[in-house]
Ligand binder design. Structure first.
Ligand code: MG
Length: 550
């Protein structure tokens, strides 16, 4: 189906972190291929792979030195082809990273430019200046490490432009040759069987003096060019936009259905956490009702956590202070402009809250993304540098190295989580698979229900606003189904009276147990909610009664 991404359940993972088959302490494609049945069993139908290209790994692979090569530790091209084949056999789609904003300073384009200077045909692939005066209005993203967006290159005696680490020179998208080169990369990986591309950090592609160099019209033209190329050469392949911006700016990356098919709902994510702590639905409804309408074939991508810090760039100063105070009391939990914690530790390991947040992830308009390990409630290590604390090995068993690798523990790319609450002796796939009421088995059921009702991925949403502000209630509907979702954001039991006037129904059926609730003649219905709990009801349509048929 053309719009397959609307029904996708995406699982985000790093090949390095998943399973080490060749015994070098790092995960690889052979290991990942062996674990595909685990993912299918969980209900996943789409993988998003973090960067696996040749790279000096100064930014965990987001610094690419060769777009056409696989980092040798992760495997060979043959391993990758076998991986793709194994995915196709299981109807798993694959989204890979297209890190377009910048390259590694080891990429031959940059190397050639600094070796030959202006004589290099790649000189204009980068942005050079004699001083650091230009583009003063542009913010710095990696505030923990970088003081300027310019870095000095001693060989050519010029400054070059970089929005991320100084070892990642930005590509110059004001140069059409650079734009065209990306099309070749799209073709190469599409031909190999990849189904989609996550366009990394796209708001910063083009630069223009007198602007803040974000979301420029020229940047949108570049993306339109790639989309045109993609559609002209391939069917059913997609772009997913990483644009960490305010709602009206994020939505522009859908274009008029001629840019990206999907974009992350960055604005919603932090507000889920704020609503939870404040025990009020207001932050969620405010942001959702202010999201611009998007073209019919486009889709939001929803997430609770990912491989980066929980970003707090697109919130107000007051909201940011609140988030730090409530969720990152220890300064070691803070990175750049955000919080470097996994889902379970963020919510003090409350299984109720984890389930509640996942219920929103699965039932809000958009496609859900699960970050590897969050399905079993993995923890983090705030003492590791950069964002490594949430990138530790997947916890498969209680055996050596969490069942991730057979090497000496000292050889692992990062130590696994070992504390008494989240350590692999307690939290692992094997143990949780054996327990019917574990988080893992719960997630399986939740995903199954999400997939059973396509209305969650495709239908409209309407918020119901009962008197009790601690209750988030919404209606998801299309021509076939209407679902009532009720969430208790409070840590104590709550009573709520819901107006069912918007529904045309005869039976109220609780989705997980398939129990029919007591009928009601009026338009109001009373629910008693356990602390941090949620309900999904299928409101079965009003049918003719027997007397009417007679
Ligand atoms: Mg390995």
């Amino acid at each position: 189906m053309k719009t397959w991404y609307k029904d996708a359940i995406i699982y985000e993972l790093h090949v390095k972190a998943f399973c080490d088959k060749n015994k070098d302490g790092k995960g690889d494609f052979k290991g990942l291929t062996e674990k595909l049945d685990y993912l299918v069993g969980l209900g996943i139908n789409t993988l998003w792979l973090l960067p696996f290209f040749v790279s000096p790994q100064k930014d965990d692979g987001y610094d690419i030195a060769d777009y056409y090569g696989i980092q040798p530790e992760y495997g060979t091209l043959k391993d990758f082809k076998l991986f793709i084949k194994a995915c196709k056999k299981r109807n798993l789609k694959i989204i890979i990273e297209l890190v377009v904003n910048h390259v590694s300073d080891q990429h031959y384009w940059f190397q050639d430019a600094i070796n030959l200077g202006k004589k290099s045909k790649y000189w204009d692939y980068f942005i050079w200046r004699d001083d650091e005066e230009c583009f003063k209005e542009t913010r710095i993203i990696f505030t923990d490490t970088e003081k300027s967006n310019w870095a000095w290159q001693p060989q050519v005696k010029k400054f070059y432009w970089h929005r991320f680490f100084s070892s990642q020179p930005d590509l110059n998208y004001n140069n059409p040759k650079v734009v065209k080169n990306i099309n070749k990369i799209i073709k190469y990986w599409s031909d190999l069987g990849v189904d989609g591309f996550r366009l990394d950090a796209i708001p910063y592609l083009c630069v223009k003096e007198g602007t803040n160099n974000e979301n420029l019209p020229e940047t949108h033209e570049v993306i339109k060019n790639w989309r045109k190329y993609l559609d002209a050469h391939f069917e059913y392949k997609i772009f997913l936009a990483e644009a960490n911006q305010w709602p009206e700016d994020v939505a522009k990356y859908f274009g008029n259905d001629d840019e990206c098919h999907m974009a992350y709902n960055f604005p919603l994510m932090p507000r889920l956490y704020i609503a939870l702590k404040k025990e009020t639905r207001t932050p969620i409804i405010d942001i959702m009702e202010n999201l611009p309408a998007i073209p019919p074939n486009c889709q939001w991508a929803l997430f609770l956590r990912n491989h980066d810090e929980l970003t707090l760039e697109m919130v107000t100063d007051e909201e940011r202070d609140y988030m730090y105070k409530e969720y990152a009391k220890d300064p070691k939990m803070r990175r750049n402009v955000g919080i470097i914690r996994r889902l379970a530790p963020l919510v003090d390991n409350s299984k109720r809250v984890i389930k509640l947040l996942n219920s929103i992830l699965m039932s809000f308009p958009g496609t859900p993304i699960i970050y590897y390990g969050d399905e079993i409630g993995m923890g983090d290590n705030i003492y590791l540098g950069d964002r490594n604390g949430v990138r530790t090995p997947m916890q498969w068993t209680a055996d050596k190295n969490a069942g991730f690798s057979q090497v000496s523990p000292h050889q692992l790319y990062l130590p696994p989580i070992m504390d008494s609450i989240y350590g692999y002796h307690v939290i692992n796939v094997e143990t949780e698979s054996l327990q019917p009421f574990s988080l893992f088995n719960y997630m399986k059921r939740l995903i199954e229900m999400r997939k059973r009702y396509l209305v969650f991925g495709r239908g409209a949403i309407e918020f119901i606003k009962p008197k009790n502000i601690k209750i988030l209630a919404y209606r998801r509907f299309d021509e076939v189904h209407q679902i009532l979702c009720i969430v208790n954001l409070s840590k104590v039991a709550e009573f709520v009276e819901i107006d069912l006037g918007a529904f045309n129904f005869s039976n109220i059926v609780e989705i997980f147990g398939q129990n029919t609730y007591a009928p009601t003649n009026g338009k109001k219905y009373n629910f008693t909610m356990q602390p941090h709990s949620f309900f999904w009801f299928e409101m079965q349509p009003l049918l003719y009664t027997e007397s009417q048929i007679e």
